[in-house]
Design a protein around this ligand. Structure first.
Ligand SMILES: *Cc1c(COP(=O)(O)O)cnc(C)c1O
Length: 372
């Protein structure tokens, strides 16, 4: 067991299950001779809309563009304040910067890492135009309360659903609560493509029409340009592979939940290691199995020496990054800073074996018994 090597992530099991279909899709795209916004793009947009129960899904280049286009479609720009999590992947912040709006960070709940309605409410001003909840680690935010608060304060909501494909709250999927929502199909996400890809989802035709045009040079009809847009199109190859990949999405999510259940059974419950809440009702799809430990760096090293690779989501919060640190005080978001120093992400990918999960849990129990 000592030389067992467990990577943080592996595509092997997933790719093997889909191998024949993926290769067939490659060939289908090749012979179709349409490589951008053709039938596969239409098909995937239809599939994604149906699977999420959104009225409209618009494929685009990546998750960042999806966020930016969502903000643009809502007319958010200079002078507008947008509430975002202090604790998130930096793409959420940079999308707000890209439309030249002001970033208003909100501290996370220490347990979930997500923003909460109470903290959001504290930051609302007369300039606030929108809230971007991020379903961090795959755990859906308190969307009912956030939507209520948004409607009471006349704000738009843009869900950043890059990490929580098919997580649901009361049978409603992440990415269908907000006015215009964004997601990423970056390869390592729960629903991942084989390159860059993203999508915007909405139930509103006007926002859908805008997003579709904006992402294709402002053009609805070829060579006629209604608005000044950009090029952020979903290519046919990614769309075709996603048509296959999406069929496996719920199965792979179920496996992630089973892995989370196993971690909960095996990692000894003590105050020294804090596990994410175990939710088997769909509210958490465990994109990331983020645990917390005061001696995180030591734990990471201990696991590494046993051949277990872990990651930190995220070691440096956006407000402390070089690109933003001049705009914020270093001690401004202590809860976020604490998360950055205590968080550790364990492998949870589909294909991780029961033996491997046992090995990881044993190692963690050993660490708590001997080093904490
Ligand atoms: C991955 C991710 C994004 C960005 O997606 P890309 O496709 O890489 O641009 C945005 N927000 C969050 C929370 C993410 O995890």
């Amino acid at each position: 067991m000592h030389d067992m090597k467990i990577p943080y992530y592996s595509f092997a099991f997933q790719n093997q299950l889909m191998n024949d279909e993926l290769i067939a899709q490659f060939q289908n795209v090749l012979i179709s001779a349409t490589y951008i916004r053709g039938n596969f793009c239409d098909q995937f947009e239809k599939d994604y809309a149906e699977h999420t129960k959104s009225k409209y899904a618009i494929g685009c280049g990546n998750g960042f563009d999806a966020l930016k286009i969502a903000l643009k479609s809502l007319g958010i720009g200079k002078g507008d304040e947008v509430i975002v999590p202090a604790n998130t992947y930096i793409a959420t912040w940079m999308a707000v910067s890209a439309v030249v709006a002001d970033i208003i960070p909100v501290e996370p709940d220490s347990m979930t890492g997500n923003i909460t309605p109470d903290e959001i409410l504290n930051q609302i001003t007369s300039k606030t135009k929108a809230i971007i909840p991020v379903h961090l680690y795959g755990r859906i935010c308190q969307m009912d309360a956030i939507m209520k608060l948004a409607s009471e304060n006349n704000l738009f909501v843009i869900e950043d659903n890059a990490q929580a494909h098919f997580a649901k709250l009361n049978n409603k999927y992440a990415g269908t609560f907000g006015h215009v929502n964004a997601t990423s199909f970056y390869p390592g996400k729960n629903l991942g493509a084989y390159g860059d890809a993203g999508a915007i989802t909405t139930d509103h035709k006007n926002f859908a029409d805008f997003s579709r045009k904006y992402s294709n040079y402002g053009s609805g009809e070829k060579y006629y340009n209604d608005i000044i847009g950009e090029n952020s199109r979903l290519d046919e190859l990614q769309a075709a592979l996603l048509v296959t990949r999406i069929k496996f999405a719920s199965k792979f999510n179920e496996i992630r939940v089973q892995n989370a259940v196993m971690y909960h059974q095996l990692i000894k419950n003590n105050e020294k290691i804090i596990l994410p809440e175990l939710l088997t009702n769909g509210e958490h799809v465990y994109h990331i199995f983020r645990i917390r430990c005061r001696k995180r760096d030591e734990l990471q090293k201990f696991l590494y020496e046993k051949g277990i690779q872990t990651l930190i989501h995220y070691p440096v919060p956006p407000f402390l990054q070089n690109c933003y640190k001049n705009e914020f005080e270093a001690d401004m978001f202590p809860k976020t800073s604490l998360q950055a120093s205590e968080s550790l992400s364990l492998p949870i990918y589909p294909g991780l074996t029961n033996n491997q999960i046992e090995f990881i849990a044993d190692a963690i129990n050993q660490f708590t018994e001997t080093k904490l």
